[in-house]
Design a protein around this ligand. Structure first.
Ligand SMILES: Cc1cc2nc3c(=O)[nH]c(=O)nc-3n(C[C@H](O)[C@H](O)[C@H](O)COP(=O)(O)O)c2cc1C
Length: 214
């Protein structure tokens, strides 16, 4: 009897942390739970960690100039200017699943996470302009946004973080995005964290096979 070899389930994950806190960070705890759970379940699992809170450069005039120059025409200095950004772009391209752990800071994302987005949104690499308008090039990926807030309700009119993230991910070609929120922790206390933890456990119970098979 012939047997068809089964495809090993594999998952390449990029974990992006952006809380300034390590100890006591709710978003980091949520990411730990999701990543550890996936690691236990998926046979062929790899995770790349990018902690943007440790500091990323802002784009500057040299960066913009190098980025606008045709890749074949870049000189050595311009190529060097883009090396850090190239590394971040390679990380996002290689991952099937991104887990973005982000607090809401002053109604938006932390500046470090914005700096990361500025480094990965690269014309020709992660999006391009066509006659029909911009086209995202990072297709076939899924993103979980794990967020926590003190008082801001995620999805409300004063949440400028998760709608912006969804928009910019869509601009890059990623529309399969789920937000898991431990929001209004100052009002809801443990219930906020609990709700997010329960949703992560549901993902681990029901959705992980779909993620790994995608
Ligand atoms: C600089 C700063 C700005 C913040 N701004 C907001 C805010 O606009 N809205 C809000 O609900 N919480 C705000 N918070 C609270 C954090 O969102 C909340 O403590 C969250 O749990 C932080 O994520 P972490 O636990 O992963 O560190 C702010 C916290 C800091 C440190």
């Amino acid at each position: 009897m012939q047997t068809t070899p089964s495809t090993p389930q594999s998952l390449r994950v990029l974990r992006v942390d952006s809380s300034a806190r390590i100890e006591g960070s709710i978003t980091r705890q949520l990411a730990d739970r999701l990543i550890d759970g996936l690691q236990k379940r998926v046979p062929d699992f790899t995770v790349t960690r990018r902690d943007v809170a440790q500091g990323l450069p802002f784009v500057d005039a040299d960066w913009v100039d190098a980025n606008l120059t045709d890749p074949e025409a870049r000189n050595a200095e311009q190529r060097l200017t883009l090396v850090g950004s190239d590394t971040l772009v390679a990380e996002v391209m290689a991952a099937d699943l991104w887990v973005i752990a982000t607090p809401i800071y002053n109604f938006g994302v932390p500046a470090s996470l914005k700096a990361w987005v500025d480094q990965i949104a690269r014309a020709r690499l992660t999006f391009r302009y066509t006659e029909q308008g911009p086209q995202g090039l990072l297709t076939g990926k899924k993103v979980y946004i794990l967020t926590a807030t003190g008082g801001t309700e995620v999805g409300s009119t004063i949440d400028f973080a998760t709608p912006w993230l969804r928009f910019v991910l869509g601009f890059l070609g990623i529309t399969d995005v789920e937000v898991i929120a431990a929001d209004r922790g100052m009002m809801r206390g443990r219930a906020a964290h609990q709700a997010a933890t329960e949703r992560i456990d549901e993902v681990l119970a029901h959705d992980w096979q779909t993620l790994a098979a995608a």
